[in-house]
Ligand binder design. Sequence first.
Ligand SMILES: [Zn+2]
Ligand SMILES: [Zn+2]
Length: 656
Amino acid sequence: MDLKKEQVEKTVPKKVVRKKSPANNKQQKGTEDKKVTNTNTGEKEKKAKVFNKNRNNNKKKPFPKKTDSKPVKKPVEKVVEEVKEIEKVEVLENQNGVESKEEKMYVIPLGGLDEVGKNMTLVQYRDEIIAIDCGVTFPDDGLLGIDLVIPDFTYLENNKDKIKGLFITHGHEDHIGSVPYLYQKIDKSVPVFGGKLALALIKSKFENGDFSRELPKMKEVKGRSRIKVGKYFTIEFVRVTHSIADAFAVVVTTPAGVVMYTGDFKIDLTPVDGQGVDFYRLAQIGEQGVDLLLSDSTNSEIEGFTPSERTVGEAFKSEFARAKGRIIVAAFASHVHRLQQIVDIAHDYGRKIAIDGRSLVKVFDIASDLGYLKLPKDIMVSLSDVDKLKDNKVVILCTGTQGEPMAALSRIAKNIHKHTKIKEGDTVIISATPIPGNEKAVSNNINNLLKSDAEVVFKKLAGIHVSGHASKEEQKLMLNLIKPKHFMPVHGEFKMLKAHQETAIMTGIPKQNIIVAFNGNKIEVTKSSAKIKGKVTAGATLVDGLGVGDIGNVVIKDRQQLSQEGVVVIVFTINKETGKLISGPDIVTRGFIYSRGSEEIINEVTESIKEKLNGLGEMGVTDWGILKNSTKDIAAKFFYNKTKRTPVILPIIMEV
Ligand SMILES: [Zn+2]
Ligand SMILES: [Zn+2]
């Protein structure tokens, strides 16, 4: 912790220095320069004073940083003052706008569009770039053997010297998962800004042996923290609610305009930690003017409002009241609010908690250390001590909500778990819905658990899970609060982006002001327009063990072919001078056809290849390429005709 504070002090004030430049001649100049004076003191607290422009109230905090700790009076006063300021700004803009050429900035999504995962968005103004989030995707079934998918960092690698900071909205894997990979490509001196929990989770990633332990500089932010980086960028964090503590929207201001990214959000009016959405600030930002809003589209096809996380607590209470034996709960490790509710309810029912699963242990450590998770004294027991307790005094909290094969719940369901065997009277609660693609694995687990006589609670109706993302009505509320000039749906598959576009149109944003983009598009934003103008390299980089990006489509295709069609190895020996076939070909197959039952096919193809090789030998062909391709062609055609399968064929030539 000490280290972090030191870094904060070292990093930030330096970056804050802001020189006058031609780009600042625009409307915001006056305001901005004075803001700098405030922030330049280096004292974090002052950054909250966004509008504390020129008055004498430097000691008075116009906007309390913690919404729960101050009366609401001051913000109201301030809003009145703020309105004046906006009028001033607009007048200036009109005067200047006429003659001066419009400044341009670029928004460049490197991930998160037309997909759910690996979220990353860049904002570029002149020769400066900032990045928002840096996430991973977990591979689908088609990507055999791949551990992770991360964004393609080529553009950032080629523009290393321009990167001024990485800004993290929250600590979910699809937003922080590839941070250590990014820092293998860019300079460690580029600072990371984010909430306390997100930064702690990022730090723990660097402790993985694959990465250099040297951490990038990290700076902790809170709601309404304003950060200046480079010559032109101001980034503000605004508190929203989501399925993890410390979730923020970010507002990026450059001389060219204002771009806001909501981050992942829902609008939870009864948040478990009492830290609600900062509606005041969102409305102010909206009133000041946002040129382009990027908003979370995950649930854009779902009507209504997403229920509050608190409703999950109620559902858990009734399950706990009913359960007679042990309770086994599978939950997302990062969902600290959910974990807190489970802990509290377990405590109320006099049950102790054992945790099972590496990611859960990690989050319990980090979150309880930082005070995000409050654990009643003596509530935790080790997994091996569970048997010493009465069944109705136990909660086993485990990973595996998505049916991940090696996760605790899957091992319990398959009855291969070292400590936990299901018995009659156990209640298993799966507190999540399957992410598309995982349905089969989840339902296998449920079937297996039911076969072992456990009671399984998993249906949405049971209320033991709610989403962390905004449904349609909440998306509308965000659009109404911000009233952006231009809108770009992000964080979702294409159909989700399109649905969000429809919603935005309903709120009054003209269709021509909505950009549905793809990863790599460069969106040019000015005060009067936002449109796609060109593109940069973007896509997926595959991580397989220690290899990052060394696996391309060819390897994946081979793996798919190997897994589905098997492999045929053809070995033969030739005389290296004459090209004459000396021995073979010998054929070995794996995963293709069972050799013993298919001797006839193998014999037949061996003969055809032999004939061909003899023919080539007569002609004195010794070129490996020709020999290999001819062998492959014959075998591939033959096998396809006989079996309609296309195994991977590997000719191996030996020379004597
Ligand atoms: Zn999230
Ligand atoms: Zn996300």
